[in-house]
Design a protein around this ligand. Sequence first.
Ligand code: F6P
Ligand code: MG
Length: 473
Amino acid sequence: FDPETPQYLTSDPSSFASVSANERWPVIITGAIDDLHRTVISCNNTEKENEGKGIIANLAKLKYELQHNRQLTPIEDDGHPDIASYNQELEQRGNPVWHDVPWLYSECYLYRRIESYFALSKHWKGYDVFARQKMSTFKSSRPAVIELAARYRELALEAESGKGSEGKSPEEIEAAEKLLFSEMCEICLWGNATDLSLLTSLTYEDIQKLQGSEARKASQSKILVNDLDAAFAVMQKARREKKDGERRVDIVLDNSGFELFVDLILAGYLLSTGLATTIVLHPKRLPWFVSDVTPKDFSDLLNCMVDPQAFYTAPDDSGKELPALSEKEVSDVRFLFEQWSEFHQDGKLIVRPHAFWTTQGGYWRLPHVAPELFDDLKESELVLFKGDLNYRKLVNDAEWDPTTAFTTAIGPMGPKSGIRVMAFRTCKADTVVGLPVGVDEKLRQQPGGGDEKVRKWAWSGKWAVVSFSDGKA
Ligand code: F6P
Ligand code: MG
């Protein structure tokens, strides 16, 4: 079911695949060992402690195999049906070694194998080795969270009261709405960058100022493909034509913490402006690519926001205490919490995990591997895929010519699929499509951008693509 275009391999020294296998993954496994060790030494149950030590040994073995270029071995059956498919594909691929294997398969395998150790245990089922890291990163994004909460509250109240549209012509209202939609989407897009400095430096005073802000302009020029207008047009059409009907938007989530926070900002915005009546969020079933959202991360985020004062001022690991939030800051964050909880209780904000999202393949396989999920996504007005990995999976992490049309590269998810796909991605991997002729070459020539062999500009998360495919047209 996959395209014929070959995938990036960990053996390709010019690709970020090789940097990942050589440098990033050993660090990630070491981090997992450290985290587990910390938990093990503070648990007061000998049986649990011993079992935890066993998992640490397994993680160390995994790291050894990776660093010594051993074969990927079949994952032990932990009772979940996806294991068979991981192992079958491993065999079909001829039991490859870590440094000569398709990047996408091996990276998914890595996280699935880690999960199996916990799933097979008695005391550690559901343990997330990345949870600590996710929470502390979210805590450190306090300034951006506070600023966005204030801005969002203002907008939501304005949308509710209709005050923003008083005395304006329908054209003016539409233009303002479009601008705000783009703004919300861009916040949501850049929430995916590793470098969040952009967001903390933005001021959110009013639409005009936002449009004029240096930061926003600078960031807009980093969006190499921007199909937001097309997405806005379909959403608006749906609102007109299905005035009293359901208008659903799906978000295939990426990272938790700050990125999930901005996803919820967008979700809340779409609901409060009536651009959508339901938002379906798709988290991962297991800890995935370090920071991806699991259902527990979703509830943990809401829990932090019930009492923002306690969360944001609790001393961190270094014992450093943070200054207290003002009353207004607390009430802005609480406003978000209350609105999101209400949407959730009313069934307007739904969390729907599916095992497909943590399978090893690209989304070209979706209609065959998970036909019921494929059909379900057709019910949506727009399916938003967040982040780099979702993008890699949409295009099968293949070595496309960068000028290939997005609609071609996503294969069965493209035209006539019945699914409207929108990808919000800051580039953190080699694969990229939909670029105008010459753009890739130009970026490679910039300082640090790479050369004829290496597409280094695409690794850092500094550049983004927002690509749309209307599968219902
Ligand atoms: O590029 C590094 C990397 O970890 C890739 O392996 C992966 O595709 C991506 O980043 C994860 O990023 P995101 O959270 O945006 O999907
Ligand atoms: Mg991620």
